[in-house]
Ligand binder design. Structure first.
Ligand code: TXA
Ligand code: MG
Length: 312
């Protein structure tokens, strides 16, 4: 990072220029901070994998300005269109057959015949994509296996040394990554739970195909989103040396509460930031209170099980 960078980060225009010259950009979105590159430039995309230290080439999400631009790179059927109409701009990613193999290069798709697309809701993400004028691929800006950054400072700490520009969008309102669904052969499957819930998707697209989650989403490692300290989930209290991330009234120290009022949205928004903050004080472990599994709770529990190393 240049030493003369303004404290509040670079403008969307400067970020767009960096993307055009094949450099990486810290991109704020409503879910988590992304590490962005020009989707059509394989050298730039390769830099993302290098900066994150990804063990293998997982497919990336192409971020575009609107549904028309999405359909320029992906083939949408009626269900995909209905989902886009209902949830974009916003935290839903749609995996569909690829239409344009150049604008989202092979490396960005990990050689698949499908492409993941989303229209982010964050105004600064939209400003960068608009100024750049094409699809931008962006995984979360963390180094591989670590919690996703949800503040500008955390994003800089993770991958700031690898970028040509960094845009500050403030703390991420949602706090967990987008929901990923595939819409292939007329079937809608949930590949990664996120802030758009299963129930909300089924209300628009009908019943989800069984057994979708994890199967066709190659990027889902068992130990993921993990801080350095061991994470113990569904804990009813802190053991010696542990920090307890509580949920609900009167559970643990309010400073470490995911949501004192037991609100799932608030808990999602606080999750990765508190995991990181707890980790910084080098506890013997991080205990987390039980979180209800309904609605947004599915995504929170998914990330926690991975942080604890439980999910295959
Ligand atoms: O909220 C988000 O989605 C954030 C922000 C920055 O937009 N991005 C993000 O990207 O979480 P990443 O790379 O960490 O996660 C992308 C997920 C992975 O699980 C990957 O396997 C899946 O999307 N994915 C991407 N393309 C796919 C494809 N063609 N088929 C199946 N899964 C795909
Ligand atoms: Mg990620």
């Amino acid at each position: 990072m240049p030493a003369d960078r303004p404290a509040r980060g670079d403008s969307p225009e400067i970020a767009a220029e960096a993307l055009k010259t094949g450099r990486l950009v810290i991109l704020p979105t409503e879910t988590v901070y992304g590490l962005a590159a020009d989707a059509s430039n394989p050298q730039a995309v390769a830099r993302i994998f290098e900066a994150k230290g990804r063990p293998r080439f997982n497919p990336l999400i192409a971020h575009v300005a609107n549904a028309v631009d999405a359909e320029a790179i992906a083939v949408f059927d009626a269900k995909a269109r209905a989902l886009a109409e209902a949830f974009w701009p916003g935290p839903l990613t749609i995996v569909a057959p690829v239409r344009d193999r150049e604008r989202v290069c092979d490396l960005a798709r990990a050689g698949l015949d499908s492409v993941a697309v989303r229209v982010p809701g964050h105004p600064r993400a939209r400003a960068v994509i608009g100024a750049f004028g094409g699809p931008v691929v962006a995984p979360s800006a963390n180094r591989s296996g670590r919690p996703s950054p949800t503040t500008f400072g955390d994003a800089l700490e993770e991958t700031g040394q690898a970028v040509g520009a960094a845009v500050d969008g403030g703390p991420c309102a949602v706090g967990v990554e987008s929901t990923v669904v595939s819409v292939l052969d007329g079937q809608v499957a949930l590949l990664r739970p996120g802030s758009v819930t299963r129930e909300e998707i089924e209300a628009v697209a009908g019943p989800l195909a069984e057994g979708g989650q994890g199967r066709r989403s190659p990027g889902r490692l068992a130990l993921h989103y993990a801080p350095d300290a061991p994470v113990r989930i569904e804990a009813d209290g802190a053991r010696d040396g542990e920090i307890l991330l509580g949920f609900g009234a009167g559970v643990g120290d309010p400073r470490w509460s995911l949501s004192p009022s037991g609100d799932l949205r608030e808990a999602a928004a606080n999750l990765f930031r508190l995991l990181r903050e707890a980790d910084r004080s080098k506890p013997s472990g991080i205990a987390v209170s039980p979180i209800p599994t309904k609605g947004l709770g599915e995504a929170i529990n998914d990330r926690l099980r991975r942080a604890a190393g439980f999910v295959g």
